[in-house]
Design a binder for this molecule. Sequence first.
Ligand code: MG
Length: 222
Amino acid sequence: MIKAVLFDMDGVLYDSMSGHVQAWYETMSAVGVQSDPDDFYLFEGRTGYSTIDILFNRNFGRDATEEEKKSIYARKTQRFVELNAQSKPMPGALEVLEKIRQAGLKRIIVTGSGQSALFDNLDAHFPGYFDKNLMVTAYDVKFGKPHPEPYLMGLKKANLHADEAIVVENAPLGVESAVAAGIFTIAVNTGPLPDQTLWDAGANALYLSMQVLAENIEKHIQ
Ligand code: MG
């Protein structure tokens, strides 16, 4: 029996991925690192530091130093805040949350994001839908997605077994993480990547938007 839904945040609850991609692309270009905007959709879910290392290795054949990682990630975070992308709730997200609340299921956040005002921001846009104690953020995890750690931690915080929950994810690495944690995973393809990348990551179901998921969520929570 399903008792909870674990939600990724960016690209699921917020229409924020274009802001992340722009902030990453501009920040990396400014330090002489070449990248393609689609890279950041493919890397979505990774920790910021591991994203920087992948691009450093591709460009310079080495990891970034701790100093470089710290300053690049700070700059990217600042640019993301300037772009104000965390203020656009994803169309359909509220409807999905309301149906889940009406069904009496818990709502849990599992995000790689580490913004300081993350809970307050969520509670402002989705008032009363989330519990501060039922969140996994960048501050909780060591490995990050695609490792199963973040989703396993989400289950643990809510005292659930994998078969008592479902996941809603938009990113290939997020889907991989949730599937590796043994949880039924619904992919919502809100970005520019082909659907096949989400199926290849192991998605159990796929919808093209949160609005379409809202129309179909009953099927997955009964
Ligand atoms: Mg996401």
